[in-house]
Design a protein around this ligand. Structure first.
Ligand SMILES: [Zn+2]
Length: 144
């Protein structure tokens, strides 16, 4: 199994997701996958999971949400799984030709003040919002 976390984006949408490629290389994986009917070949080989509610599907057309985002993302991820890097943005608006430029990842935006100053630490908040730094970049003053 190969796991990649992806940032699925659409107009006004940001869906943190986990894509799992079912690899038949390992005999143990192969056995368990075959027990549930994943035989390899032309069947879908990517399980896609929305991390917010852990809803997951292996068939892109099983997403029954009345919305295009997950089916479109799933079809594209299946075709391009090997090219994707962990953390990549999958912007279906761009990939299906509805916008001219791909959206950039929001992982460097502070989730409180929305500044683009979150270093690659995996944090949700910038140093200022975490109280570690003044807005001018100086270390936070401590009460004396
Ligand atoms: Zn902030």
């Amino acid at each position: 199994m190969i796991l990649k976390t992806l940032e699925i984006r659409d107009a006004g949408t940001h869906i943190p997701a986990l894509a799992i490629k079912m690899s038949h290389d390992d005999p143990t994986h192969n056995y368990q996958l075959m027990r549930v009917g994943f035989m390899g070949g032309s069947d879908s080989q990517v399980i896609l999971m929305m991390l917010n509610n852990q809803e997951a599907h292996s068939d892109p057309y099983d997403w029954n949400r009345g919305a295009r985002t997950m089916p479109e993302a799933h079809v594209w991820i299946e075709k391009h799984f090997d090219e994707l890097k962990n953390g990549d943005v999958v912007d279906v608006d761009f990939l299906y030709g509805r916008t001219a430029k791909p959206k950039v990842s929001e992982q460097f935006n502070c989730q409180r003040c929305f500044s683009q100053s979150v270093a690659f630490t995996g944090s949700l908040y910038c140093a200022t919002c975490m109280g570690l730094e003044e807005p001018n970049g100086e270390p936070a003053s401590r009460p004396s």
